[in-house]
Design a protein around this ligand. Structure first.
Ligand code: TRP
Ligand code: SF4
Length: 429
């Protein structure tokens, strides 16, 4: 890969992860449809807080959408714009966070490929979402290479930015765990500062383990040497890694191990009381017009035991009350809580109050949405600009990764390798 003048002028230090002042956060969403208020309280609210404190990278995972929607890609681009508008409308700020599109940083794909070389198939097959989704989405034929690699592509997304934290929902934690395992394996494989020395040391350890007698000094019988080499060759990568660890070979951290950041989220049920999900038809969209929101609220499920107006209710089991807690002020929520239990308020009035509060909350979001919808080019500009920034960071990591794997610089006699002079001196041997 030719490097830009800018990159080569930085000089090359193998295996160093740049330490910024702020910790890095990375997260993504698949562009499979508009976002609902459950997404807001489950993820976006947390992203908004994080953009103030961390160096945040948020991206639309269009390649991930492809892993399940490859047969119909007609909505991916549109949904990408919609998701971006949802993000910007709730207040994600391109001046604070890097907001971008995955496929505009093709370096993710290169890292995915390189990670795939050290990733055992069994690790991917045992990811819980894999078999589950294949079962759930039977109509989609997910017996593809791309779908199996879904979590590995996610690993590449994360580590290409040296992310410290990955805010995700519980379902995604196994993907971050897999990422950590892959990073450990990758670092163990490509972390040794000097492979030749590492190999020599590992061979020495192996020799001891095999109990091969050296013939004294450095001279070993050829067959003994061959036996050690053969044994080394026969080792699985995992054995080789523990051998390197035993040999106390100097190692560098090529990739950073990320940590999942589980969000403490208030549970926001759908309008029918179940988990809010597009497929249940129980969602309220961030982009939904207010008449439609009010109609949905009127039809919301309430405490099923409150049949007559005079029956006392149980706010703790009522989804309408769960919404009051989020959208109404604390005093109103306390009042509703009391009046529901004594049947002082009826469900119709209670819902109307809640709808007012919800609409008040959502109006400024929709105002911003209106602005972006009127100027879609602004949205694309923000995504393009963020993608350029993201790409710079990604390319820095890739340079380090390529060097760790191939030692190109060393071979070319660059800063990290032997100088021309020493090379000359050794060619005579
Ligand atoms: N798999 C995530 C989801 O379905 C989306 C995603 C892709 C992601 N790459 C990521 C999330 C990297 C966090 C980090 O929600
Ligand atoms: Fe739910 Fe409100 Fe009816 Fe109580 S009064 S059951 S909180 S809708």
């Amino acid at each position: 890969m030719p490097s830009t003048p800018n990159e080569s002028s930085e000089g090359f230090r193998p295996g160093t992860i740049a330490k910024g002042k702020r910790k890095r956060v990375l997260s993504g969403m698949r562009p499979t449809g508009p976002l609902h208020i459950g997404h807001y309280f489950g993820a976006l609210q947390n992203w908004l807080k994080m953009q103030e404190e961390y160096d945040c990278f948020f991206f639309v995972a269009d390649w991930h959408a492809l892993t399940t929607h490859y047969a119909d890609t007609s909505l991916v681009a549109e949904n990408t714009r919609e998701v971006a508008i949802d993000w910007l409308s709730v207040g994600l700020d391109p001046a604070k966070a890097t907001i971008f599109i995955q496929s505009q940083v093709p370096d993710h794909a290169e890292l995915h490929l390189l990670l795939s070389m050290v990733t055992p198939l069994s690790w991917l097959e045992r990811v819980p979402t894999y078999k589950e989704q294949i079962e759930q989405l039977r109509d989609k034929d997910l017996g593809t290479y791309g779908f199996l690699g879904y979590p590995l592509l996610q690993s590449a997304d994360i580590v290409i930015y040296d992310a410290d934290f990955v805010p995700v929902g519980e379902d995604q934690v196994p993907h971050v765990e897999l990422t950590r395992e892959i990073v450990r394996r990758f670092n163990a494989a490509y972390g040794p500062v000097n492979w030749k020395k590492a190999r020599a040391r590992a061979l020495a350890v192996l020799e001891k383990q095999l109990g091969i007698e050296s013939a004294g000094g450095d001279v070993k019988s050829e067959t003994a040497h061959q036996r050690v080499e053969a044994a080394m060759h026969a080792l699985t990568l995992d054995h080789r890694l523990s051998l390197l660890a035993n040999a106390k070979v100097p190692m560098v951290e090529v990739l950073r191990e990320p940590q999942a950041m589980l969000t403490e989220t208030p549970r926001l049920p759908g309008t029918d009381g179940r988990r809010m999900a597009k497929s249940y038809g129980n969602a309220i969209w961030l982009s939904e017009n207010t008449d439609s929101i009010r109609a949905k609220v009127r039809n919301m499920m309430t405490d099923p035991q409150r049949v007559r107006r005079t029956d006392p209710g149980r706010p703790e089991v009522c989804p309408v009350f769960a919404y009051h807690k989020l959208f109404s002020d604390a005093a109103t929520a306390a009042e509703i809580d009391r009046d529901c239990r004594t049947a002082a308020i009826g469900c119709v009035d209670c819902k109307a109050k809640m709808a007012d509060a919800l609409v008040r909350w959502i109006e400024p979001i929709q105002q911003r949405r209106c602005d972006f919808e009127a100027h879609p080019q602004r949205v694309w500009d923000i995504l393009d600009d963020g993608s350029v920034r993201a790409r710079k960071a990604a390319r820095r990591t890739m340079k380090r990764v390529r060097e760790a794997i191939f030692s190109w610089e060393r071979a070319r006699g660059g800063a990290a390798g032997p100088t021309r002079a020493t090379k000359k001196a050794t060619t005579g041997n």
